[in-house]
Design a protein around this ligand. Structure first.
Ligand code: BG6
Length: 457
């Protein structure tokens, strides 16, 4: 791993203490990074020791030597990121670290998106974007923009300062092991690709369920809602990986080209919005809030591969169980083998992103001693084959930035297309259906029923 100075803007925030700092800790513990310094910027009066203590609550195992080293390599800079003065002080610190051989510079913007422009302006003014003796990279947390127009403006602004090779737009779902596995699953198993199309696939469902409510993120969430929070990014990335055509090579550029192409052809044709019961009574939520905490969308992907095969997306807070999966239902063409009835359920492939990472395919078989047909599962459990631990998504994300691998990050055109898909539905006034905790709105069940289908979960 290259030696680097890592500047975390927003180091006192929730994201830094829950995900970013623990991931650096794990990378250091696994000796994936050995020589690094971290400079954290924030507005609070806080010491390096307190920052480390706040993070420790999110570590399962605490290795004293690694924690000590990390604390020794951490410098906190208190300042307002909209002020040039903060970046002049930062430059002095960075120069000092670079003097020690840490020549690469990584900015990780774990701040509110409204600070992206002033921060990058200050980076440019202090020339911290320049690649002198090493690389200079920048990581943006989501949301990148607020709609298609603002995402395009932000891309234009950033591209005046950085080249696309230096820019890493995080979608932590792309760091999840089973998501990283999707291109390999689809394109290296030759029996899948010939049937991965409208002729053999009846429809696809993508689910991202959460059992928790808004918790302590009420203020942020109430401005965004489910569609901007997880559909525009995580779920459309899952759709892109499922729908994309075969890339020339399993290489970051080719995969991103194919994902962008699929996203550019996707369109929402129906949607149901919901809000969980008593959401408006949650601390920090407006009593008149019309924010959706649930969304079910029907999406068409207008490419020859997917003509007439719909993609259904479903997400919500306060659902029964935390679970993310992709369900691919094959057509039930073998029914013509029977007279006037069909004893078969169609084959389906389930890619389970979390929990229970893995995938399984259902097949038909005869029950012994009878002529009945039953379905069995050909089941791959990640844990059984590779052990219980897969690296946390954020660990993969950070490791890839340091290595300069952009495959787990979203390119400018993908972000823009994703906003273009959801902008039209967000501009409409959508009816908001209340749903009980652990259930989904009736209208969402109805949406599938009218298509003669039902939700897998
Ligand atoms: C985040 C959303 O991007 O993803 C959260 O802002 C959501 O609202 C989270 O809870 C889900 O991520 P994961 O990895 O827990 O499935």
């Amino acid at each position: 791993m290259p030696k680097a100075v890592i500047v975390i803007v927003g180091i006192t925030g929730d994201l830094a203490k829950r995900y970013i700092l623990p991931s650096f800790y794990h990378l250091a513990r696994h000796k994936k990074i050995t020589d690094f310094s971290i400079i954290g910027i924030g507005t609070r009066e806080i010491t390096e020791k307190q920052i480390m203590n706040n993070m420790k609550g999110f570590l399962a195992k605490k290795d004293a030597a690694v924690l000590k080293k990390m604390e020794a390599n951490l410098t906190y800079l208190r300042g307002d990121v909209t002020e040039l003065d903060t970046f002049e002080k930062l430059k002095e610190l960075v120069d000092e670290k670079k003097g020690k051989g840490h020549n690469n510079l990584l900015f990780y913007l774990a701040t509110l998106p409204r600070f992206f422009v002033p921060i990058t302006d200050n980076i440019r003014k202090t020339k911290l974007d320049k690649e002198v003796d090493g690389w200079s990279r920048i990581v943006f947390e989501k949301p990148f923009g607020d709609d298609g127009r603002s995402a395009r403006e932000l891309n234009k602004h950033v591209q005046k300062i950085y080249s696309e090779k230096q820019v890493y737009r995080v979608d932590h779902y792309l760091g999840k092991e089973l998501v990283r596995n999707m291109a390999v699953l689809r394109f290296t198993n030759t029996m899948l690709e010939p049937v991965w199309n409208a002729k053999y696939i009846d429809h696809v469902q993508i689910h991202l369920h959460e059992s928790l409510g808004v918790e302590e993120r009420a203020k942020f969430y109430d401005q965004y809602g489910a569609v901007k929070d997880v559909v525009q990014n995580h779920m459309l990335q899952l759709l892109a990986l499922t729908a994309m055509d075969e890339p020339k090579k399993l290489h970051e550029k080719n995969i991103r080209d194919r994902k962008a192409q699929a996203l550019s052809k996707a369109k929402v044709t129906d949607c149901v919005f919901g809000q969980y019961k008593d959401y408006k009574k949650e601390p920090g939520i407006s009593a008149r809030s019309s924010t959706e905490t649930f969304a079910a969308l029907k999406v068409s992907v207008n490419t020859p591969r997917w003509k007439n095969t719909p993609f259904y997306i479903k997400t919500g807070k306060k659902l029964k169980k935390k679970q993310t999966l992709i369900y691919v239902q094959f057509t039930n063409s073998s029914c013509h083998l029977f007279d006037g009835y069909c004893p078969l359920r169609p084959n389906h492939l389930v890619i389970s992103v979390q929990p229970d990472e893995g995938f399984y395919l259902t097949m038909n078989t005869k029950e012994p001693g009878t002529n009945n047909i039953t379905q069995i599962k050909m089941d791959f459990r990640h844990e059984n084959k590779f052990g219980p631990k897969t690296p946390a998504a954020y660990e993969n994300v950070l490791e890839n930035v340091l290595k300069g691998d952009q495959s787990a990050f979203v390119r400018s055109d993908e972000v823009e297309h994703s906003w273009d898909i959801i902008d039209p539905i967000l501009k409409k006034k959508n009816k908001l259906h209340t749903y009980d905790h652990g259930d989904i709105p009736k209208a969402a069940k109805e949406m599938m029923k009218v298509d003669g289908r039902s939700w897998f979960i």
